[in-house]
Write a protein that binds this ligand. Structure first.
Ligand SMILES: Cc1cc2nc3c(=O)[nH]c(=O)nc-3n(C[C@H](O)[C@H](O)[C@H](O)COP(=O)(O)OP(=O)(O)OC[C@H]3O[C@@H](n4cnc5c(N)ncnc54)[C@H](O)[C@@H]3O)c2cc1C
Length: 462
């Protein structure tokens, strides 16, 4: 075994997946999930594929992995090509659906894998990991970044997250000029500013964003609708269509009054600060309590742990209801982070003997609510205290609609842009997609929207 291989450990939930050992991980921010080590492992995994409905036309009867993927990527065919040693064909399918697949496959929730029929009586095929191995180890095909001749049209995109980048890339391929207006001085949306490096190394992401920019995408940072211009002014600049991809970047708050000296911070702020100013804040020997159950909560907890804190997560339902992925939850627990279930913060406390933290209510679960999960109901007179120096709130995100005329746009009750099946809003020549339409969802959903939006704009403008 090589030195590198000796460092690796296998996960309990997956076969032949390699992880950095926990003691290594906690010392730094290096990538935790190392995927497959060689093609032999990938082929062994591909050989377990059932090749569902292989004799049917996938457009009429798609295999579940294709049907449930928001991009409808035909993973069955990718696997078939790997088994037939046609790696180039497999890559063609991947790049047809994802402009930055090395990043996407690292964070993809894997709807394909969740619906894989091999999972009915055993372990599902690890499809995102197979695709990740292929794109990590083989270069994109030569003509991938080629663009059609200029069509004489230009499109403005608001936001440089997965949605904005995907729309921009496919429009450039159609020969349409694009300008992305990005509110911040950093490109990539949540991929860059929030998702931690140990799940998505910046070298991987930055290289893919750089590749996309080679196609001639213009990106203007520090420009946003709310502070710099209105939608009408963008049309006045000669853009034919506007795409809104501003994400769900406004953190929800528990609205519990602060209590000095307990520090309360939003997970998005905490992660952004850490990602942009490496190594901050110093949490050595601090007690950190994270509130929430999604990826944002597990990411914030794992970052805090690496910054030296003693971390726990409080979640108001049970483990199976946590929106974070199974592997993320397993990684979080393996890294020594305790998750307390069926508990909800009520108020912060601070006593004279310098004990401080959060008073929590125990929860019992009631009927299924609109989210499809049981309603958390606080149990009267059943309170417990959890000590904390630092509270990180990770209870969800809203869309920040500042600068948009909410009387002009059709906006849903949950504050998202309402679009038709072609992603057009009710305002002429304005489309929207990604998190600002779905609410906080996933990268692959934003990428799927981006491809459809680019196709729609091309049809509309040509
Ligand atoms: C901590 C964390 C972990 C996550 N982990 C995962 C994961 O493992 N897997 C997964 O699939 N998804 C994950 N997600 C969700 C995923 O990141 C989002 O679903 C995805 O980034 C949405 O893409 P988007 O382009 O719609 O929005 P965003 O990525 O939010 O990008 C929106 C962009 O628009 C810019 N913007 C905002 N307002 C304006 C304006 N008025 N004008 C111009 N620009 C503006 C923002 O600065 C940002 O760059 C995670 C999210 C978080 C917060």
């Amino acid at each position: 075994m090589t030195d590198k291989e000796q460092k690796l450990v296998k996960s309990k939930v997956a076969i032949a997946r390699h992880y950095l050992p926990v003691e290594e991980r906690l010392k730094n921010f290096e990538e935790v999930n190392l995927g497959y080590l060689d093609l032999e492992e990938v082929i062994r995994e591909c050989e377990r594929c059932h090749q569902c409905f292989k004799n049917s036309d996938p457009k009429i009867k798609p295999p579940p992995c294709m049907k449930y993927c928001p991009t409808h990527c035909n993973s069955r065919e990718i696997i078939r090509n790997v088994l037939d040693n046609k790696i180039e064909e497999a890559l063609k399918i991947i790049y047809k659906h994802y402009p930055f697949p090395r990043s996407v496959e690292r964070v993809c929730p894997g709807y394909c894998q969740l619906h894989c029929t091999a999972g009915i009586k055993g372990d599902p095929i690890q499809i995102p990991m197979i695709k990740r191995f292929l794109v990590d180890n083989y270069s994109p095909l030569e003509d991938y970044f080629k663009c059609k001749p200029d069509l004489g049209k230009k499109v403005a995109i608001l936001g440089s997250g997965p949605l904005g980048l995907t729309v921009a890339f496919y429009l450039r391929k159609y020969g349409i000029k694009v300008t992305i207006f990005e509110k911040h001085d950093i490109i990539g949306g949540m991929l860059t500013t929030e998702i931690p490096e140990f799940r998505l190394p910046r070298a991987v992401l930055n290289k893919e964003i750089e590749n996309l920019q080679h196609c001639g995408i213009e990106i203007i940072t520090n420009k946003s609708v709310d502070k710099d211009f209105g939608m009408d002014q963008i049309f006045d600049l000669g853009y034919h269509v506007i795409v809104i991809g501003i994400g769900a970047q406004k953190a929800k708050s528990l609205k519990i009054p602060d209590k000095d000296p307990i520090i309360v911070i939003q997970a998005l702020t905490f992660l952004k600060k850490h990602n942009l100013e490496k190594g901050t804040p110093n949490l050595k020997n601090k007690k950190v309590v994270v509130i929430g159950g999604g990826s944002t909560a597990t990411d914030a907890a794992r970052v805090a742990k690496r910054l030296g804190a003693d971390v726990s997560i409080l979640y108001r339902r049970e483990k199976e209801h946590m929106p974070a992925g199974t592997v993320e939850i397993e990684d979080t627990e393996n890294e020594g982070i305790h998750i307390e279930f069926l508990i909800k913060p009520k108020e912060f406390y601070c006593t004279e003997d310098k004990s401080q933290g959060v008073v929590c209510q125990k929860i019992e679960l009631g009927d299924i609510d609109a989210s499809g999960r049981p309603t958390p109901i606080p149990i009267d007179d059943f309170e417990i205290k959890v000590e904390a120096d630092y509270i990180i709130e990770a209870i969800g995100q809203d869309i920040d609609l500042s600068g948009f005329d909410t009387h002009k746009f059709n906006i849903s009750k949950s504050n998202t842009f309402i679009v038709n099946e072609k992603f057009f809003t009710n305002v002429p020549k304005v489309l929207a997609g990604g998190d600002c339409v779905l609410g906080s969802k996933s990268v692959v959903d934003a990428v799927a929207h981006g491809k459809i939006i680019a196709d729609q704009i091309y049809d509309f403008l040509k």
